[in-house]
Design a binder for this molecule. Structure first.
Ligand code: HEC
Length: 194
């Protein structure tokens, strides 16, 4: 009796282990495995295709598609005149969708600390260490000044995204996601209200 169970347990191990394959690129034997059900066959995004348009697997996004993480922002200035016009357009057309809740203000402060404080200073007075150390030659604006505080949220959003009109401050749209741009703006409003 005892010998029999040992025999069956060993048999079970042998069967179980025989389904393991050392080759990492081969999934091993699977029930119905050959029928594309367990292991779907797919092509790489940039592989050529004989049936799809452009002769490749990856197709361009349909015209007018918008990245889910971005706000639709149709002005990308090519020169100073377009920057001036874009900032004016952003001022009237873009509304801040983020509420200045405690959580959002804390995140705005955090984001400001990462992306703006090096130049504009921890207190936003325009005295960040990149400027005071002489590493960055242009004087960053005092963000608590009425010059900045009287700007519409959309204007500041535009400046973060595309840079200042003079170009002395570069665009930060790549680094700061749209939601966090608005949170930074809310934070900048909150530090002067107090
Ligand atoms: C590399 C340094 C640097 C960083 C980082 C930086 N700025 Fe600036 N910023 C400047 C300078 C320099 C100016 C003055 C630009 C000018 O006079 O055109 C400026 C100007 C501004 C202005 C006013 C624009 C104007 O018309 O003068 C705003 C608003 C502003 N920055 C916000 C921000 C915010 C918000 C961040 C963080 C997302 C940020 N900046 C990050 C350097 C920087």
């Amino acid at each position: 009796m005892k010998n029999k169970s040992i025999f069956f347990i060993s048999l079970l191990f042998v069967v179980a282990l025989s389904s393991c394959v050392r080759d990492k690129n081969n999934p091993g034997y699977a029930y119905m495995g050959e029928h594309d059900m367990y292991y779907t066959k797919f092509d790489k995004a940039y592989a050529p295709s004989k049936v799809l348009p452009n002769g490749q697997i990856n197709q361009p996004a349909p015209q007018g598609s918008v990245d889910r993480r971005s706000t639709y922002f149709p002005f990308h200035p090519k020169n100073i005149a377009e920057k001036v016009a874009g900032q004016a357009k952003a001022a009237t057309e873009l509304k801040n969708p983020i509420l200045p809740t405690t959580v959002n203000l804390a995140e705005g402060k955090h984001q400001y600390g990462i992306f703006c404080a090096d130049c504009h200073g921890v207190d936003a007075k325009g005295d960040g260490h990149l400027y005071t150390s002489g590493l960055f030659p242009a004087k960053p604006r005092d963000l608590t000044s009425s010059y900045v505080q009287t700007m519409a949220d959309g204007s500041i959003y535009f400046i973060i995204t595309e840079g200042s009109i003079s170009g002395l401050m570069g665009p930060h749209g790549v680094q700061v996601i749209p939601e966090n741009r608005w949170k930074i703006i809310n934070y900048l409003r909150s530090i002067v209200k107090k």
